[in-house]
Design a protein around this ligand. Structure first.
Ligand SMILES: [Zn+2]
Length: 243
């Protein structure tokens, strides 16, 4: 396998072997991202206007007068705006996969670069608190870290924003969501999240939920519901990739 040999990047191994692209395995030269080659780096497209205001999916040249977005029209979102930096495909999908399932914490350096390049993101996040989507404690033990928290921290550092606020806990260990449709996912997630005791929600404050991928939006919506229950009134969401 032509994956990088180091797990955190910048180790001794890197000085002996040239870096390999985490997506295609070629020598990672001339790249916009530390762990991708130039070709793979250029394949990551940043979402720009026009796009869906609920889930962030780009309309690709269609006008905003087009009807509802097919990716979120049945979501009944309780959050206000949704923003996604890119699409969950190709090299970005490989980076997120490594981060979630292969302990590839080095991929955070690439995501930090992505965050810095995203048009308008700093303005979108101005005057808000980032709130990572939590993992259940069993999953957290298994994985060793919550990738959404690490991503939120990377966003804060890259854009010079206040530290993320871990306000939510995943209190129900729901079965893996992948085999369920949207309605079943929502039902599964009912009451799966709650406010961490003594978390102080300021009703006038804006909260931006952060997750790695927007799939059906059910998880983010359930988290937004838990924040609303705790008194929050102004909630938006941000994901790295739209699935
Ligand atoms: Zn949408």
């Amino acid at each position: 396998m032509l994956r990088r040999l180091s797990s955190f990047g910048g180790s001794v191994v890197d000085t002996i072997f040239p870096s390999r692209c985490a997506s295609c395995g070629e020598i990672a030269d001339d790249s916009l991202y530390p762990n991708l080659c130039g070709d793979c780096g250029r394949r990551i497209k940043l979402v720009d206007d026009p796009k869906c205001t609920t889930c962030g999916y780009p309309f690709f040249g269609e006008t905003e007068s087009h009807s509802a977005c097919p990716h979120c029209e049945n979501l009944n979102a309780v959050f206000q705006r949704g923003w996604t930096i890119s699409l969950f495909q190709g090299p970005l999908r490989d980076l997120i996969y490594s981060l979630k399932y292969e302990k590839g914490l080095w991929a955070l350096r690439d995501l930090a670069e992505l965050v810095k390049k995203a048009p308008g993101l700093k303005d979108f996040l101005q005057d808000s608190d980032l709130v990572p989507v939590p993992l259940h404690s069993r999953k957290l033990r298994e994985r060793g870290y919550n990738q959404s928290l690490l991503i939120a921290q990377e966003i804060s550092k890259s854009l010079g924003l206040p530290k993320p606020q871990s306000l939510l806990a995943r209190v129900v260990d729901t079965p893996s969501q992948t085999q369920f449709n949207r309605r079943e996912r929502s039902r599964n997630l009912r009451n799966a999240f709650s406010l961490i005791p003594k978390s102080a929600i300021e009703p006038g404050r804006r909260y931006v939920l952060v997750d790695d991928v927007f799939t059906t939006g059910s998880t983010l919506n359930a988290c937004a519901g838990a924040l609303i229950k705790g008194g929050a009134k102004n909630i938006d969401v941000l994901t790295i990739g739209h699935g």
